[in-house]
Design a protein around this ligand. Sequence first.
Ligand SMILES: Cc1cc2nc3c(=O)[nH]c(=O)nc-3n(C[C@H](O)[C@H](O)[C@H](O)COP(=O)(O)O)c2cc1C
Length: 306
Amino acid sequence: MADLSIDLGFLKLRNPVLAASGTFGYGLEFAPFIDLERLGGIVVKGLYFYARPGNPPPRLAESPSGLINSIGLQGIGVKAFSQEILPRLAGLRTAVIVNVCGSTNEEYAQVIDYLDRQEGIAAYELNISCPNVEQDGLCPALSPEATHAIVRLAKRTSRRPVITKLSPNVTDIVCIAKAAEEAGSDAVSLINTVLAMAVDVETRRPRLANVFGGLSGPAIKPIALRLVYQAASRLKIPVIGLGGIMSGRDALEFLIAGAMAVEVGTANLVDPEASIRIIQEMEDWCEEKKIKKLKDIIGTLNVASP
Ligand SMILES: Cc1cc2nc3c(=O)[nH]c(=O)nc-3n(C[C@H](O)[C@H](O)[C@H](O)COP(=O)(O)O)c2cc1C
C-alpha cells in the first residue's frame, strides 16, 4: 500500500485530505457516516468569540455544478465549542484544526487566546474572509496590509501553528499570500468561496436574502487550481489547496500543482462519505501507477512546452 502521509513541517498528517470548514459541522456530525480517524484532519466550522445566528434565510442557492451560500458564519462560539465539542474531538487520532473568525483584529486574538488554553487542537486556520470593522466591513483577505496585520497578531498570540485561509476574490493572490508568509503564517490554504449571486426570474428577487453569497463546488475548481499553482510557485511555506474537489483525481490535480494537502468542502454535502472515497481513490491511483509515496507527486507539474 502506498504511503499517503504528509509532513507539513509543523504538522504530520496521516494523509493529505482534510475536511473543509463549514461543510463538516464540528466533525462529530459526520461520525455516524465515516470513521473520522481515517481523515488527515478536520477543519471545524468557523468560530467567533461569541455565538452567532448567521444570516437570515434563504441562504443557499444551487447553480450548475456549484452551490452559493450566505450562511454568514453561524456558530456556537468558543466557550460552547471548548466545553461541549472539543473534549470529544480531542480523543480522535486525527488533526483537529479550528477555523478562527473575528469582526475585529482583536477578536481573532481573543478567540486564539481562549482556545490556546484548551487541549486537542493541532493548528488554527485564520478565516480572513470575515467582514472586518477596521476595514469598513471589507474582509482582510482582500488587502496585503490587513492580511499581514491579522496574521502577525495571531502569530504573536498563538502557541500553535497558524494557517491563513485566502480568498479568490482578489486580482493578485501572490502579494496577499506573501503578506501572510512574511507575517509568520505557517501555511496558507486556498480558496475560500468565490463571490457570487443568483436571481429568481419570476419574482425578480435575489435568491439569497443577503443578495450575495459564496460559490463553491466543481464550478470553482479551475479557478482554485490556478490560484493554488500561483501561490505554491512563489511561497516557501506549505500551500493547502481546496475548491471543488469531488474525486481522488481532483485532489491529485491540486497536489501536482503544488499543494501539500487538500481540503474537501461541498463534496461532503453531496455525499458524507466523499472524503473517505477521495482518500481511497488516491491510494488506488498510487497503486496503479506504482507510486510508493504520494508526497513525491507534489509540485511535479510539467509546464515546459513539449
Ligand atoms: C455552507 C458552507 C459554509 C462554509 N463555512 C465556512 C467557514 O465557516 N469558514 C471558512 O473558512 N470557510 C467556509 N466555507 C468555505 C469552504 O471551507 C471552502 O473554502 C469552499 O467551499 C471551497 O471549497 P469546496 O468547493 O470544496 O466547497 C464554507 C462553505 C460552504 C459551502
